[in-house]
Ligand binder design. Structure first.
Ligand code: NAP
Length: 324
């Protein structure tokens, strides 16, 4: 169980109070929290705005097996909480508040939330990425009533039931295997006949007697009444449509960067990820970026943490702690 003891800001009032910090970090995942550890330890006055729940994707992940230092693996929420405890130990202020607008056009930079305006001389953008949706009929209607993108959160509800998972990457396999702790059967629907997931997860999933694969197939519609009862699936090679009975549909088809707030302010690439150089600098001096919001390729906790550390060290240099 998560035990985040944080400041929960109150909703907006007429007059927004302004708080000023040397560094403001947007996002409370591994990148943002690692940046906060480094900045706090360097005695930079740091605020991290952590959205609704800090911890980022690990907070919604069953187990993280490849973060160095944990040879037996570690529960995702526990890892997230350890990041947070370490950031707070070094003096970073971590606040639960959702950013509603940013102004990166002038120093100091301004960040608006529902309750306050914040100003910072440097900003690290680490707002991550969110699960992509399929965009098929029934998906939105049954979201939260059988459709989910979080097996760790919702898997428990499918004890002794059948579920389907859509996708062929690491997330689909890891979360599909997690679901077998509860469900009778997990059917993984993938649009090709070859998985994208890493070999070790493929081996584990193929060896799991509760997992079945439906290859070369796409989910066309989520079916149900009050809750999900099934999915209509089409084989892309034969064109044949079939219905699979299921109580739950878990969608793991990749991620979208959280960059809507930065449109027109930061340079984004064609996929709308923030563009940065190897020093995590964006096109705006004083604004740095870290984690999945700038990484369509690796998306690993250790990589996000690494870019968070670089961003914090570069922010420190920018703030004048180091010459040059
Ligand atoms: P991903 O690697 O991008 O895989 C997405 C999967 O969804 C692919 O198999 C893709 O099919 C499929 N897909 C995409 N759009 C689709 C659509 N519209 N309809 C049907 N299928 C669709 O995403 P991910 O699995 O979320 O992984 C993201 C990153 O996190 C990766 O870098 C991964 O390594 C990492 N990750 C790591 C771990 C770990 O424990 N190390 C765990 C989870 C995730 P195609 O293959 O045909 O493109």
């Amino acid at each position: 169980m998560l035990d985040f003891k944080l400041t929960q800001e109150k909703p907006a009032s007429d007059e927004l109070a302004t708080e000023t910090y040397e560094l403001i970090i947007l996002g409370g995942g591994p990148a943002g929290l690692t940046a906060a550890i480094y900045a706090g330890r360097s005695r930079i006055e740091t605020l991290l705005l952590g959205g609704s729940l800090p911890g980022g994707q690990p907070a919604n992940t069953d187990a993280v097996e490849n973060f160095p230092g944990f040879p037996e693996g570690i529960d995702g929420p526990e890892l997230a909480q350890r990041f947070l405890a370490q950031a707070e130990r070094f003096g970073a202020k971590v606040t639960l508040d959702n950013v509603t607008a940013v102004d990166f056009s002038a120093q100091p930079f301004t960040i608006h939330t529902y309750s306050k305006a914040y100003q910072g001389r440097a900003v690290i953008v680490a707002t991550g990425a969110t699960p992509r949706r399929l965009g098929v009929p029934g998906e939105d209607t049954f979201y939260g009533r059988g459709v989910s993108a979080c097996a760790t959160c919702d898997g428990f509800f499918y004890r002794d039931k059948e579920t389907v998972v859509v996708g062929g990457g690491d997330s689909a396999l890891v979360e599909g295997m997690f679901l077998t702790k509860f469900a009778n059967k997990v059917t993984i629907i993938h649009r090709r006949d070859e998985l994208r997931a890493t070999q070790i997860y493929q081996e584990q999933a193929f060896a799991n007697p509760k997992i079945e694969f439906v290859w070369d197939s796409v989910l066309e519609e989520v079916l149900g009444e009050q809750t999900v009862t099934g999915v209509r699936v089409k084989n892309v090679k034969t064109g044949e449509s079939t219905i699979i009975d299921t109580a739950g549909v878990f969608i793991y088809i990749g991620m979208e960067p959280q960059t809507a707030l930065y449109e027109g302010q930061l340079a984004l690439n064609e996929q709308r990820y923030v563009i940065s150089d190897r020093r995590q600098r964006t096109n705006v001096p004083g604004i740095f970026v870290a984690g999945d919001v700038q990484d369509p390729r690796y998306r690993q906790v250790v990589v996000a943490a690494g870019t968070g550390a670089i961003a914090a060290m570069e922010a420190e240099r920018y703030l004048g702690a180091y010459p040059g």
